[in-house]
Ligand binder design. Structure first.
Ligand code: AMP
Ligand code: MN
Ligand code: MN
Ligand code: MN
Length: 279
């Protein structure tokens, strides 16, 4: 199964990626990906263009989404794979999640203004490809342009992350809603990049247990955000909770991402790849 070069999580200009959906698909194809999911944040807008390009190239394509969730005091991301983009409850749910972004963006800009960084909203908007979807990644690009940090990674060390200036608490979807929308739209629900969450072992176990109980299917084991130790640690979590495993670059663009499309490490061979249910 690992002979399949699956990349089941990436972004386009429909959210906070820097390439248009068609360009993401072309780059994936050029990189040797043979099963690709586009998973924009809280948004399905890029899927028709991506699917059409994939069909032209003969690349197998999975319609996806990455839903922003508030869980305990953290933001957790749940990827949906193989969702029906015309599902009314999914569309309505994502509309609601997206609708909070403009207000949050204004607050982020006000926080940055307070520390002397002016015009951040207008600056971030210059990087936005979809007016309904302004993300911290757009602010990050503006902050690099403004000379506040040398790259996007550094921005998050000094700004926009919890405890730093420019961070604004926000309430996203519940875990129940996110998994419910994905499953209701015929998709598979996947915990995205668990290594990024600041949760204790006990809290991580509770998250996985709750996710499983809600009907969640898989966890990203091999992904751009995980080092080798985390791949092994979340492989153990997949076994412990009976979840399938996913492989994902979380690609946002050639300049912005540590890992290119199709270049995540392989899955440990004993795990069941989530794509066994997608192909
Ligand atoms: P938002 O959904 O608006 O809170 O923005 C989250 C996005 O910001 C993520 O999907 C990434 O694109 C970006 N991001 C968050 N943390 C980091 C980080 N440490 N390094 C680079 N990008 C990050
Ligand atoms: Mn992003
Ligand atoms: Mn994410
Ligand atoms: Mn992502």
């Amino acid at each position: 199964m690992n002979a399949v070069n699956a990349d089941l999580h990436c972004h386009s200009t429909a959210s906070d990626g820097t390439l248009a959906p068609a360009a993401v698909v072309r780059r994936a194809h050029a990189n040797g990906v043979d099963l690709l999911a586009l998973t924009d944040h809280d948004e399905l807008l890029g899927l028709p263009e991506a699917a059409a390009t994939a069909a032209e190239l003969g690349l197998r394509f999975v319609p996806g989404v990455e839903v922003s969730v508030s869980w305990l005091d953290q933001t957790v991301h749940i990827v949906g794979l193989g969702v029906d983009p015309s599902n009314a409850a999914l569309i309505a749910g994502l509309d609601r999640v997206r609708s909070g972004r403009d207000g949050r963006a204004a607050k982020i800009a006000a926080e940055l203004d307070r520390i002397g960084i002016h015009g951040a909203l207008e600056g971030a908007l210059r990087y936005v490809g979809n007016p309904a979807l302004i993300s911290r990644a757009h602010f990050a690009r503006f902050l690099v342009e403004a000379g506040c940090a040398k790259n996007v990674h550094d921005v998050f060390l000094h700004y926009l992350a919890r405890g730093k200036p420019g961070y604004v608490d926000h309430v996203w979807a519940t875990l129940e809603d996110a998994v419910g929308w994905i499953k209701g739209a015929g998709g598979l629900a996947v915990i995205a990049h668990p290594g990024r969450y600041r949760l204790s072992h006990v809290e991580m176990d509770i998250l996985f247990d709750k996710f499983r109980e809600l009907g969640g299917d898989a966890v990203e084991v091999a992904c751009g955000a995980h080092d080798g130790g985390q791949v092994l640690a979340f492989a153990r979590m997949a076994r412990k909770f009976g979840l399938m495993a996913s492989r994902a670059s979380d690609f946002h663009g050639p300049e912005d991402s540590p890992i290119d499309l199709g270049r995540a490490p392989p899955l440990p061979p004993d795990l069941t790849p989530v794509w066994s249910r997608l192909i």
